[in-house]
Design a binder for this molecule. Structure first.
Ligand code: F6P
Length: 327
């Protein structure tokens, strides 16, 4: 088994609440096992630019409660090229790093898989994205917090919507994934939910809303995932309003506030368990895999497998429940 003396840790892609808790767990678990730790700023970009530093236990003091990522993050185009990766590897080797922990989403996993194979360096990934759209895990770090943020916003909008008898279209994040929209739509009692994974015709949506209006609802809320094929909440609202003038119509786009804020208790514990597991798996000789949670158990899945499956992650039972609850 390969000897590991120094672990490099970084966050990459979109930030997610709980990433700091994962960094903290990686650092402290590695130190507990007498390994050294290097923090890499700005993900793959930091490997190329050589922005790395030694981490101690104190480096991660008082970060578990913070949103964002203290290691910063980036989406790095240069790492997609062979030259960029070669430069990154040179710096990684010069820093004495023998294994990497990558925290992020789909793009992060892809980069880790290629890099690990190309340069034969052990890598363990941790799923961190508010979108909850990764294979190999039931939950990703940040999803729970983002859902709670969205619910708080929906509840507030419901108060004003009901006071004015208004129809609101609330756009939530999810370019390819309807997980937040579906979950928040159910928890926020939405009258309809538009998801990137489903085709909902505008006429079908109007039918749903007309049905709700027949029951004299004082307000209506439609959750629109940003990746819905009708083209976002503004577009949907405009098209619905042209044909369905019953309610005063408003649009609210929640945007990047969904990515910030203190991580929930569930995200802090999940991230801590994942960070701990990632280091232990590397030390056991496991590599090129992602940590995940199935039920309450920590599991690992080879990156190749996690990346090759593109099946729908949406829970169809929830889709059905959401429709029935809106009746
Ligand atoms: O973190 C994932 C995600 O929130 C997507 O739902 C969204 O489309 C994207 O990130 C936005 O990313 P950026 O910060 O690059 O605009």
């Amino acid at each position: 088994m390969r000897k590991i003396t120094r672990v490099g840790v970084f966050t990459s892609g979109g930030d997610a609440p709980g990433m700091n808790a994962a960094i903290r767990a990686v650092v402290r678990t590695a130190l507990h096992n007498d390994k050294k730790v290097t923090g890499i700023y700005h993900g793959y970009q930091g490997m190329i630019d050589n922005t790395m530093f030694d981490m101690e236990s104190k480096s991660v003091s008082s970060i578990i409660q913070k949103g964002g990522t203290v290691l910063k993050t980036a989406r790095c185009m240069e790492f997609k090229t062979a030259e960029g990766r070669a430069k990154a590897y040179e710096n990684v080797r010069a820093a004495g790093i023998d294994a990497l922990v990558a925290i992020g989403g789909d793009g992060t996993f892809t980069g880790a898989e290629i890099f690990s194979r190309e340069f034969d360096i052990p890598v363990m990934c941790i799923p961190g994205t508010i979108d909850n759209d990764l294979n190999g895990t039931d939950l990703t770090i940040g999803y729970d917090t983002a859902n709670n943020t969205v619910i708080e916003a929906i509840d507030k909008i419901r108060d004003t919507a009901a006071s004015h008898n208004r129809l609101f279209f609330i756009e939530v994040m999810g370019r390819d994934s309807g997980c937040i929209a579906l979950n928040a739509g159910i928890a926020g009692g939405a009258e309809a939910i538009l998801l990137p994974e489903k085709d909902t015709a505008i006429d079908e949506l109007i039918e749903m809303l007309a049905h709700a209006a027949d029951r004299n609802k004082s307000s209506m809320i439609v959750i629109v995932a940003e990746g819905d094929k009708n083209g976002g909440a503004n577009n949907v609202a405009k098209r619905v309003h042209e044909k369905f003038g019953y309610y005063d119509t408003k649009v609210s786009i929640l945007g990047h506030l969904q990515r910030g804020g203190a991580p929930s208790s569930a995200d802090r514990v999940l991230a801590t368990r994942m960070g701990y597991a990632a280091v232990n798996e590397l030390l056991k000789g496991n590599t090129r895999a992602t940590i995940g949670i199935r039920g309450s158990e920590m599991v690992t899945t080879p990156l190749e497998e996690a990346l090759s499956k593109k099946e729908l992650k949406l829970n169809e039972d929830l889709v059905e429940i959401a429709k029935i609850m809106a009746l």
